[in-house]
Design a protein around this ligand. Structure first.
Ligand code: PMT
Length: 394
């Protein structure tokens, strides 16, 4: 997330709540962004201003009447500076004050002074959360355009990682709003017997990064994931599969409803022809031969379905190569019939399997290739999605 937050101007509004200490964690996770802190009355009883100043490397605004730069109040200057105001913890009292448009503490005064998006992370006890007044206040704020993250379990503050992801989403352009995007990620496991399988080194990070960024930019994302150990990105529908045939089934059932299918998964080309119902024994022989059967090629089939229907989703394929990238990419794009091919050389340091970064060559159906530098998988995801937007719009 660091690269996506770099240089962004975020104001953290701290409500008076036991969860105030979690703000320190949030500011730490917003590393890369410039952070200013404004506090509600009483917030400093739960987290010290000195802690917030040290972490944000800025003075903290706690007085709505304090004078700032150019004769403006301090909260007006901060409000005008902000690209995002995130209120955490958003207590029942703070929600009520925000809904009424009060300006009697630094947090609410900043909220009135800014035109930046407002993100609310509610935190209160279950009784306050369930109270109709609280729900009314929140509904009023949402109707005015506020976004929310959480709460979890009737009033509990959302996890910090979710709040950070919501900040990134609130700062992202909503240029994919409403677009249905189907993403595949991770490896497939092809069973040999109840304990063994054929697999590959895909961690799922590339596909999950695409799903995360697409959802943050407003797309309706379905993520079909092979066996990976990654958390589901916020606002993404996830379907877990094991084998290439399960992935095939999941993709084919959903492709027609998608505006774009992005196939970042490393799908096994072959599976064992027979799956032993019991664990295979070593036996006396020196070795053993495993007979393999070809798996369906999902990407090629998607292109074929689109051809026969005369309409269908934009198709983005990946190519995992070990050299001679452009030649293999051209050959794969022609063979699979996709609109955009993202080729990565998985032998390069920092690229391909398991890394948080990648280095790719983008090849369009028009034959134009663009070689990208090493970047985070989230940044590469955005670059691919920019191309997708262009292709979907035609
Ligand atoms: O998951 P990470 O650890 O983040 O690593 C990312 C990655 C290296 C897995 C990713 O960047 C990548 O390259 N994914 C595609 C890997 C792959 O299977 O490449 P391929 O060249 O074998 O396949 C080409 C394309 O056809 C891919 O879009 C693949 O999803 C698709 N395919 C392949 C086989 C098959 N039977 N059906 C398919 O649809």
């Amino acid at each position: 997330m660091r690269a996506l937050l770099a240089g962004r101007r975020i104001v953290v509004g701290v409500g008076a709540s036991l969860d105030g200490w979690r703000v320190a964690e949030l500011i730490d996770h917003l590393a890369g962004a410039e952070v200013r802190v404004v506090v509600a009355r009483g917030a400093d009883r739960f987290v010290t201003l000195a802690t917030l100043e040290a972490l944000s490397r800025n003075t903290v605004a706690n007085d709505p009447l304090a004078v700032g730069q150019a004769g403006l109040s301090e909260t007006s200057s901060i409000g005008a500076w902000a690209e995002l105001l995130v209120v955490m913890p958003a207590t029942a009292d703070t929600l009520a004050r925000l809904a009424l448009g009060l300006a009697d503490d630094a947090l609410t005064a900043t909220a009135l002074a800014t035109r930046a998006p407002l993100l609310l992370a509610p935190s209160m006890d279950a009784a306050a959360w369930g109270h109709p007044r609280t729900q009314e206040n929140l509904a009023r704020l949402v109707a005015r355009g506020a976004r929310t993250v959480g709460p979890v379990a009737a009033g509990g503050l959302a996890p910090t990682s979710s709040i950070v992801a919501a900040c990134v989403a609130a700062l992202s352009p909503q240029d994919l709003a409403g677009m249905a995007i189907l993403v595949t990620a991770g490896p497939t496991h092809e069973a040999i017997d109840p304990v063994r399988f054929l697999g590959n080194r895909s961690s799922g990070k590339m596909g999950f990064a695409i799903a995360r960024r697409a959802a943050a930019r407003g797309a309706r994302v379905t993520l079909i994931a092979g066996p990976v150990a990654l958390a589901t990105p916020d606002a993404v529908e996830r379907i877990d599969v094991e084998s290439a045939r399960e992935m095939h089934h999941a993709v084919m059932a959903r492709e027609a409803a998608a505006a774009c299918v992005i196939k970042a998964a490393a799908v096994a080309d072959f599976r064992p022809s027979e799956v032993s119902p019991i664990k295979l024994k070593k036996g006396a022989e020196e070795g053993m031969a495993l007979l393999l059967t070809r798996n369906p090629d999902l990407l090629a089939e998607l292109a074929e379905r689109r051809r026969s229907r005369g309409a269908g989703p934009v198709l983005v394929g990946f190519a995992a190569e070990t050299g001679d990238l452009l030649r293999h990419a051209r050959e794969k794009l022609a063979r699979k019939g996709c609109d955009l091919l993202v080729a990565n050389d998985v032998t390069l340091e920092g690229a391909g399997f398991g890394f948080d970064t990648n280095r790719a060559l983008l090849l369009g159906a028009d034959g134009v290739a663009e070689s990208l530098p090493l970047m985070s998988k989230l940044q590469l995801a955005d670059t691919i999605l920019d191309r997708v937007l262009h292709l979907v719009r035609g």
